[in-house]
Ligand binder design. Structure first.
Ligand code: HEC
Length: 132
């Protein structure tokens, strides 16, 4: 009897934890707090901040809120690594370019680790914007 109550309690706890972690996701991307912190620094250091906000409107570049709903993670990784190549070959990138008055996002020569940290940061900020 008692053991069964414990089992039910554990099941409810797991369900609640799952629901909470789902809320912290930016459209399929779960933000890792340590990586997101690195990403927050990179967002400033690499100058992303000058052209992008997450949820505060568009600047020279698109508002990054909801970007995980618009694009796949693979697309975002490729974009952050080689925006110059994507602008030359990818129709989504070209459409964005037209939308942003031909302002080309520069290739910032990010490492895979930096790209990863930045995506975690964007996911974290995105989750804040979408609220809970
Ligand atoms: C000089 C301004 C500028 C800087 C600096 C910049 N971007 Fe961009 N970004 C743009 C523009 C403009 C676009 C839209 C595509 C284009 O016109 O090149 C874009 C597109 C994007 C997209 C795709 C958005 C979408 O809706 O699909 C992401 C993600 C992104 N940038 C992230 C970053 C990150 C992260 C950094 C820093 C490492 C950064 N950008 C630095 C201007 C910039």
């Amino acid at each position: 009897m008692a053991a069964r109550d414990v089992a039910i309690g554990v099941a409810v706890g797991v369900a609640l934890a799952l629901a909470t972690s789902l809320q912290a996701q930016g459209g399929g991307m779960t933000a890792d707090p340590a990586l997101a912190k690195q990403g927050a620094n990179l967002f400033v250091q690499k100058g992303c901040l000058g052209c992008h906000s997450v949820g505060k409107g568009k600047l020279a570049g698109p508002d990054l809120a909801g970007v995980f709903q618009r694009r796949s993670k693979e697309w975002l990784r490729r974009w952050l690594k080689t925006p110059d190549q994507m602008l030359a070959s990818d129709s989504t990138a070209q459409a964005l370019l037209a939308q942003f008055n031909n302002t080309k996002m520069p290739n910032l020569h990010l490492s895979d680790k930096e790209v990863d940290a930045l995506l975690h940061y964007i996911a974290q900020e995105d989750a804040k914007v979408h609220g809970s």
